[in-house]
Design a protein around this ligand. Sequence first.
Ligand code: UDP
Length: 482
Amino acid sequence: MLKPFEVHVQARSLECFQPELTGAEWAALQASAAQARDRLAGHTFWNVNSTARGGGVAELLPRMLAYARGAGVDTRWMVVEGTPAFFRITKRLHHALHGSRGDDSPLGPAERACYDEVLRDNAEELLVLVRPGDVVLLHDPQTAGLAPTLAAAGARVVWRCHIGCDTLEEEVVRAWAFLAPGLAAVRLAVFSRAAYVPPLLADRSVVIPPSIDIFAVKNQPMAPQVASAILGHTGLVALAPDAPDPVFIRTDGVPARVSRGADIIRLGSAPAPGAPLVVQVSRWDPLKDPVGVLRGFALLLRESPGLRADLVLAGPSVTSVADDPEAAATIENVTAVWREQPRFLRQRVHLASLPMVDLEENAAIVNALQRHATVVVQKSLREGFGLTVTEAMWKSRPVVASAVGGLQDQVRNEVDGLLVRDPEDLPAFAACVRRLLEEPVLAARLGAQAHEHVRVRFTAVRHLSDLVALLEELDARAERSD
Ligand code: UDP
């Protein structure tokens, strides 16, 4: 019998935002908090997804939950349990919603039966917890099928889709057909951009882009020497002789050290602490196109062997992300392509699996890597919304991203980063990376503007107020239908 489990999140006060906001913004945030308490009085705001670690949703949820709880709203997080067959189907749906065929496996009656059965099991436990009038926010295709059962129990069910495709391609239509029975029961759907809203949800969708938490371990301030020391201790760069301690501050305010190493595939030694790094941090997923990044970088170095730069492709250690069955095959594939490269390239390209045993330690390593990077890239073939890009932009890094999906809303080309129009265009990608490596003034200007853009559009403050507006919309719709 499969059962969801709860992830407990400590409340975090909104007070930390006060110094970052104007008086009016701070008052608006407090008014939003009061409104949320009011609208949810006596009810719980549930979030249900399918993994507690790895990937954007698992990054976003605990941060938003912590602030909601800090604002006095009873918010809880449940993670459904699945079988390997279930996660294969949901990964297939994930690809299809991005317009991609994934492993091309069928999405027929057998898959539907497996999907429904896993969610039926999970629903049993949820029904013990969820009370009539509670709001349940289901995340992504893995949980959409829970909607009818929870709605029948009197919950106000909202489905949030973190992925999407700008055009209604054949695969996308197939995914929507699979998900339609579940989605018939949702009152509202949330998408990261308007172009993702499918016809079947056109009358009940809102757009809320994700956000980053600027106070998370992942984004907390870090001196350049400390970033370098953390990377030195994990083996990602050579450790400088005078390096300070590799320390970060945990969410509870207690200092900690990074002590675990990354699992790295490279030829020869680690890059020197001062060597410019081109970095992509992502789950090991073919849609993040790590092979394309490697090939684009190889092209760049073949054209300019004298260019000083190393490439780091980093992702979570492969066994760690529960709902992502493709990670091992993806890293094997990248490694195979790496092995085909000439020796000088294998010395300059580093494939790193980051330790995930302690998620805050992992976040500190990602933080250090993004801050230490000379250029951060996200060469995704598809992307719902790329948190890694917003994280890097917050750190004033110049980014090169593909002009796909949500990345187009996150990066304004030539204003706060560079966009590559065709994600498969390796020469264009290589040219953008080269520009940022060779033009430090441009890189600094884009980085500074990137930080400001994130501050205004993509922090938790904006996101929390959007979620309060969502509650308002739910109530308004309920009144209209009464
Ligand atoms: N991430 C991480 N450790 C890793 C690799 C990735 O914490 O080793 C995080 C990354 O910093 C980001 C999230 O996972 O916060 C990935 O989110 P994104 O929206 O970029 O992609 P998704 O995984 O949701 O497709």
